[in-house]
Design a protein around this ligand. Sequence first.
Ligand SMILES: Nc1ccn([C@@H]2O[C@H](COP(=O)(O)O)[C@@H](O)[C@H]2O)c(=O)n1
Ligand SMILES: C[C@@]1(CO)OP(=O)(O)OP(=O)(O)OC[C@H]1O
Length: 162
Amino acid sequence: MNFRIGYGYDVHRLAEGETLWLGGVLVPHSKGTVAHSDGDVLIHALCDAMLGAAKLGDIGRHFPDTSADFKNIDSKILLYRTNELIASKNYQVGNLDVTVAAQNPKLKTYIPEMEKTIAEILGIDIDAVSIKATTTENLGFEGREEGISVHAVVLLEKIIET
Ligand SMILES: Nc1ccn([C@@H]2O[C@H](COP(=O)(O)O)[C@@H](O)[C@H]2O)c(=O)n1
Ligand SMILES: C[C@@]1(CO)OP(=O)(O)OP(=O)(O)OC[C@H]1O
């Protein structure tokens, strides 16, 4: 099969005194995500979409939150290692599309840096990386600023040996 799609979803709770890493970028905010790792919920959803597309399970299977190895780990490392996992099945990311649901902070000024960071880690063109943000119009846990959720869709392409 030359193409495979994958979908990932992740949620992290927000709390004061934590840092907010999103898409590999440190976003200044009064709250950050609560997690075993650095809490980069965007990268976690993206890793799940890549792993799902390659039928490789999910992020917790490869990087368990019960392991001290991943305590406070930089999620950019998890994304790099996820890319190695899909490459081991002879796939590369064709393109990806992500939506972050967060009432605050407003993310649009940080999105170009997130897209550049992710494109570099995956070794793909920035045109293949799309990140968007939405509020939930003050509805639900995102709207109450109790947490942030992220949806990610990825297309994998078979690496053709030439
Ligand atoms: N955390 C967010 C949420 C939204 N944006 C930008 O604002 C636009 C309008 O948001 P709505 O939820 O009212 O549709 C949205 O299209 C984003 O461009 C943002 O930057 N950060
Ligand atoms: C990333 C990992 C591993 O540190 O932990 P968390 O940062 O808690 O994130 P989550 O998305 O709940 O699960 C994946 C985990 O395996």
